[in-house]
Write a protein that binds this ligand. Structure first.
Ligand code: CP
Ligand code: NVA
Length: 316
């Protein structure tokens, strides 16, 4: 039986396929419960710290609503509220928060900060996005894909755009674990790091998931036969100064009608973690089309984050 009590969620690398599937199944159950109007007490008596160095709509609201839905207390700590990393070092902040809270969410720049919070706080830590990884988003994306196609194994998921950002990295790890056919379509200068691609191929081998990982620079070849086409902003939080350069580089990877037509699969869906910049990485007509599942994904952030917290600190 799967047991995630006390566990962090930092990258998705340390979760087995069974553990990921367990979180998705728990998400589905919690979603059904919420839709039936049943309030729970799985987080009753639990206090959760929500640290945000970067802005957020979905992640902040998902953690807040999920905690309150299950009877817990969320405490938002914005970048000007605490001294994390400047007047107080991460190890000290971690040890203080760990004495008061049952779990800690962190969104910010450096992956090393979320790792240090996990190392020093003594309570479960969940990565709500760093420059490198965004694991809770992947859970929501995979729940959405599973709802659509009934399975993850063998599903062709194609990510086009910035091939080395937090979403590309985390989707690749998740896809490797879950036996998907994962393709990144991006310009060569934005290909994912070789080391991470190799690591993901090794993950696929080690868990015998059957996953295939490909990296291509031809956007139309990349999306061919996709069940789901995924994109993300061309300049992530913290790299706003790169937008002009990226706009020139990534224009051929824009998700528009022409690219969607190159898929050649009737039931293909469009995914985006949001927020989206329409007219850049995706055109409005695709975003608003029948194949778009972006708001299901957004809703699923809440159910999957609830499952993540309940599995590691909940009153089960
Ligand atoms: N997808 C996502 O993480 O959205 P926010 O930045 O609004 O949290
Ligand atoms: N890659 C984006 C994801 C936002 C949810 C960013 O880091 O800004």
């Amino acid at each position: 039986a799967v047991n995630l009590r006390g566990r962090h969620l930092l990258t998705l690398k340390h979760h087995t396929p069974y553990e990921i599937q367990f979180l998705l199944d728990l998400s589905r159950d919690l979603k059904n419960k919420k839709r039936a109007g049943i309030r729970g007490d799985l987080l009753a008596g639990k206090n959760v710290a929500l640290i945000f160095e970067k802005p957020s709509t979905r992640t902040r609201c998902a953690f807040t609503v999920a905690t309150i839905d299950e009877g817990g207390h969320p405490e938002y700590l914005g970048k000007n509220d605490i001294q994390l990393g400047h007047k107080e070092d991460v190890a000290d902040t971690a040890r203080v928060l760990g004495r008061m809270f049952d779990g800690i969410e962190f969104r910010g720049f450096k992956q090393s900060v979320v790792e240090d919070l996990a190392k020093f706080s003594g309570v479960p830590v969940w990565n709500g996005l760093t420059d490198q990884f965004h694991p809770t988003q992947v859970l929501a994306d995979f729940l959405t894909i599973q709802e659509e196609f009934g399975t993850l194994k063998g599903i062709k998921l194609v990510y086009v755009g910035d091939g080395r950002n937090n979403m590309a990295n985390s989707l690749m790890i998740g896809a490797a674990k879950m036996g998907m056919h994962f393709v990144i379509g991006s310009p060569k200068s934005l290909f994912p790091e070789d080391g991470l691609v190799a690591e993901c191929r090794k993950i696929a081998q080690d868990c015998q998931s059957g996953a295939v990982i490909e990296v291509l620079d031809d956007p139309k070849a990349a999306v061919k036969g996709a069940h789901a086409v995924y994109t993300d902003v061309w300049a992530s939080m913290g790299e706003e100064d790169k937008l002009a350069e990226r706009k020139a580089l990534l224009q051929p990877y824009q998700v528009n009608k022409e690219l969607m037509a190159a898929i050649g699969r009737e039931e293909a869906i469009f995914l985006h973690c949001l927020p989206a910049v329409k007219g850049y990485e995706v055109m409005e007509d695709v975003f608003e089309s029948r194949c778009s599942r972006v708001f299901d994904e957004a809703e699923n952030r809440m159910h999957t984050i609830k499952a993540t917290m309940v599995a590691s600190i909940g009153n089960l």
